[in-house]
Design a protein around this ligand. Structure first.
Ligand SMILES: [Zn+2]
Length: 462
């Protein structure tokens, strides 16, 4: 039997030398096109503009998503709206989360377009959204959900198996087989021994690996986050005012709820009123209990004993806007978790507007705060903050927790790589800032691995 001389190729359409816009195109010898992740570019304007570039990579036989974060999925509605996608596939839990996250992303796109029209700063009149909430919902409905560890024929000649990545609910790394090659796409890798999620599975044997490098030049602090949270809660109670926690609705909110319940159970904090003021977090929290395949051993053992792992004693979910407004009038000590995590929008804005001027208030920042966000300004000691059109003075105590992260740092990644049956023949470093990629490249090259750091748009033959 003759073998065709042509080989599969990979094109790095996003998350090359940067952390957002994950899009990796696999083209087989027979011309089938499979896009691994369809992420939005986020952050700097120069990056965000790339979302508007015309799509020149043709019709896609399949789009396969590693996980539900918008920098891996948020471009799918745009592609679907242009009729470019035949199939879209992901794990069951990723589909559940995408049903929440994609329409929300559509709302934000519409909001941005409205804002541009009001302030007349767009070249286009009227400014249009990248996609609408309705288009995003249509795209989300097209997602086919699959279990982990079961090979799926995504298109003739291309087989994909989802493996647990431990990064967020539903996250996977992919074992892709095409043209006799095996390619491992790491997606975003999570950490070992986290509170909520299962550990990452061991890497499989691969001819080529795409490896994320978010923390390629950094490591996480060794202390577990529960001490930090305990101290923050007890200090906030002493101050007497509310404890306001800006947090991403999916992932970070549930991690806090898990730790909060455990601190209560261990008698380290008293049972205090706690509100999750977020419709999305309210919808997302039950999903963590619905997917045993993604749960940590800790969560599973609590559930087996009929303990609700994400429900501190005095927790209330706030969905309606009227209820949320009523919460603003509450006095004394209570805690509120609300999006967004970097204070760029969401219900946390109203809480901050009401309570930042009061020195009895505590604001607990629980995640990374990007440059030019209100979260970063608070962290840097701003004396006033502009919120919803008004300037508010900041007299509240601002505290930051550093113990949370959904990403493996480079040492954890080394631990994961060491579990591969043998090193991959080639490694492509993606999803990192240039300094992180360079640090990871040097480290792997020193072991004698063949490592490459692709540029945006670069194509390689496998
Ligand atoms: Zn992610």
């Amino acid at each position: 039997m003759w073998h065709c001389a042509a080989v599969a190729s990979l094109t790095f359409l996003g998350a090359a030398q940067t952390v957002t816009g994950s899009r990796h195109l696999l083209t087989t010898a027979s011309g089938k096109r499979v896009l691994i992740d369809a992420g939005l570019f986020q952050g700097r304007k120069e990056l965000r503009l790339r979302n508007w570039a015309p799509w020149t990579s043709g019709q896609l036989d399949a789009v396969v998503l590693t996980h539900a974060h918008i920098d891996h999925t948020g471009f799918l509605p745009r592609l679907c709206a242009q009729g470019l996608v035949r199939r879209a596939l992901c794990t069951d839990a990723t589909r559940d989360l995408a049903w929440l996250l994609l329409p929300d992303s559509g709302h934000l796109q519409e909001e941005e377009a409205r804002y541009a029209n009001r302030h007349g700063y767009s070249k286009h009149r009227p400014a249009l959204p990248l996609y609408t909430a309705a288009q995003a919902e249509t795209a989300a409905r097209r997602l086919e959900g699959f279990r982990y560890d079961v090979p799926v024929e995504v298109v003739d000649g291309v087989q994909v198996t989802f493996h647990q990545a431990g990064h967020i609910l539903g996250s996977a790394f992919l074992d892709v087989r095409a043209d006799g090659k095996r390619i491992l796409f790491s997606g975003d890798l999570g950490r070992y021994g986290t509170t909520l999620l299962a550990d990452p599975d061991n890497p499989v044997q691969a001819d080529a690996m795409l490896l994320e490098c978010t923390y390629g030049d950094r490591t996480h602090p060794p202390e577990p986050p529960d001490h930090e949270l305990e101290t923050a809660i007890l200090d906030a109670m002493k101050r007497g005012g509310p404890l306001l926690i800006p947090a991403f609705a999916i992932g970070r909110t549930q991690e806090i709820l898990f730790l909060w319940r455990r601190l209560e159970h261990e008698g380290r904090i008293p049972r205090v009123p706690l509100f999750v003021d977020s419709p999305m977090a309210t919808d997302a929290t039950p999903l963590y209990l619905k997917h045993p395949e993604d749960q940590s051993a800790g969560v599973r053992s609590l559930l087996a004993r009929n303990v609700r792992p994400l429900h501190p004693a005095r927790l209330q979910f706030v969905r309606g806007a009227a209820e949320s407004a009523k919460l603003l009038e509450r006095e004394g000590f209570f805690a509120v978790i609300a999006a967004s995590g970097m204070v760029t929008g969401g219900r946390i804005l109203a809480h901050l507007e009401a309570h930042l001027p009061d020195p009895a208030t505590t604001v607990l920042l629980v995640g990374y705060q990007a440059e030019e966000t209100r979260g970063r300004r608070l962290l840097e000691g701003a004396r006033e903050l502009k919120l919803r059109g008004t300037v508010v003075s900041v007299r509240a105590k601002i505290v930051q927790m550093t113990g949370f992260s959904a990403h493996a740092d480079w040492m954890e990644e080394e631990r994961w790589l060491a579990r591969a049956p043998s090193p991959p023949d080639r490694v492509f470093l993606v999803h990192g800032e240039p300094s992180a990629i360079e640090a990871q490249r040097a480290r792997l090259a020193a072991k004698g691995w063949r490592v490459e750091a692709p540029q945006p748009g670069q194509e390689v033959q496998l």
